[in-house]
Design a protein around this ligand. Structure first.
Ligand code: FNR
Length: 379
């Protein structure tokens, strides 16, 4: 109701409500390079479109007369209670979108009690992000598993020391994908020194360089490019991560049921079904289509989270109905950041949560954690 009340205020500078308007306004304020870096996908963007299509092909069938006066949006994950089933997806190089970059996004999340997942490729080092959020704010760290295992071990240690409570290991980006807009625009932010903050400040990374990144940023960036990803990794290597952190480990980028089986055998703590927002394998399955297949294998033994295509409250509900414990929001937050910095990210997330709450109630459910596939019909 308070959201509707603020709507009656005829402020011409009011932030957008409609998702498509956030994107349109972001297009107005960003140059081609950064805008398409965010908005674009891999190849012909078929998977990016499939992500949205997968939501359209599932419909909610609302129930009536179920007393939804009081709702409960909380969820439990790894022994913690979280206020909502919504997290901020890990997104690197946010300085290309807004000068306040990750610090603005992280502070918006702290205000809302939404967990912020700090990317390995953040512009700001993970310690600064953690400090901006405050000790009590929920924060997770996303690992790009470096070819240099000293850097990987160091990132894990730093994340734990800085107060991050879970590690998200992104498996789908062992190398940069074929992204046609970035190639057309000749735009790779890392080559301009963006998104390397965690690396350039890392003692293990620095120890491998002849000159410091401050003295010779070009050589430091070349070393970053050499060790950023590691396409030679196999399931056997997961033991290395377990040895180097006591935090819960979630694997991000799982789409195949057999990989879910492998993940269970390897003893990880959670999975994130994701195709990186259609930014890695063009032609890959829509992430929401993969979700029930993965949940069938997992059978609730470990939590399954989801991202790729969450735009509105009903999307959250559909993903939860198909077995996701919580969802990550990616591009919408970045459009909020582009348009209005910290307030923009806060507004985008708040609206998704409010929309989810209303849609939950109108669908006849009071607790998000009880939503299951009986709420949905395929159409
Ligand atoms: C990403 N994503 C991402 N993922 C990750 O694990 N580490 C990262 O550094 C990044 N960086 C990144 C930058 C940008 C500009 C985008 C749009 C995405 C992927 C992200 O975490 C998430 O999987 C997708 O954004 C989800 O899809 P939607 O919600 O954007 O459709």
């Amino acid at each position: 109701f308070s959201i509707y009340q603020t709507m009656t205020n005829p402020d011409p500078n009011r932030l957008p409500v409609v998702y498509e308007e956030w994107e349109k306004k972001a297009r107005e304020v960003l140059d081609d390079g950064p805008f398409y870096y965010v908005a674009g996908g891999a190849g012909g963007e078929h998977t990016m479109k499939a992500n949205l299509q997968a939501f359209q092909s599932r419909k909610i069938v609302p129930r009536m007369l179920t007393n939804v006066g009081e709702r409960d949006l909380t969820i439990e994950l790894f022994g913690e209670t979280y206020s909502f089933p919504v997290l901020h997806a890990p997104i690197g190089v946010q300085s290309i979108i807004h000068p306040d970059g990750e610090l603005a996004s992280a502070k918006a999340c702290a205000e809302l009690e939404v967990p912020y997942i700090a990317s390995s490729a953040s512009t700001a080092p993970m310690e600064e992000i953690a400090k901006a959020m405050g000790d009590d704010a929920p924060k997770w760290f996303q690992l790009y598993w470096s070819k240099d295992s000293d850097v990987t071990a160091s990132f894990l240690k730093r994340a734990e020391t800085a107060g991050y409570s879970s590690i998200v290991v992104t498996l789908d980006t062992s190398m940069m994908a074929w992204r046609e807009y970035d190639l057309k625009n000749v735009y790779l932010p890392f080559l301009m020194g963006e998104g390397v903050g965690n690396y350039f400040t890392d003692p293990a990374f620095r120890s491998k360089l002849q000159k410091t990144p401050e003295e010779d940023p070009v050589s430091a960036t070349m070393y970053w490019a050499k060790v950023f990803g590691n396409p030679t990794l196999t399931w056997n290597d997961l033991a290395f991560l377990r040895e180097h952190t006591r935090l819960p480990i979630l694997l991000k980028g799982i789409l195949h049921p057999d990989d879910a089986k492998q993940a269970l055998e390897s003893g990880v703590d959670g999975l994130i079904v994701s195709n990186h927002g259609g930014r890695q394998v063009d032609g890959a399955i829509g992430a929401l289509d993969a979700l029930p297949l993965i949940c069938d294998v997992v059978q609730e033994r470990i939590p399954v989270l989801f991202d790729s295509g969450i735009r509105r409250g009903s999307d959250v509900l559909k993903a939860v109905a198909l077995g996701a414990k919580a969802v990550l929001v990616g591009r919408p937050c970045m459009y909020g950041l582009a348009v209005a910095g910290q307030q923009g990210v806060k507004s985008v997330l708040k609206n998704i949560i409010a929309d989810m709450d209303i849609t939950l109630a109108l669908s006849g459910e009071k607790a998000i954690r009880n939503v299951n596939k009986s709420l949905l019909m395929e159409a």
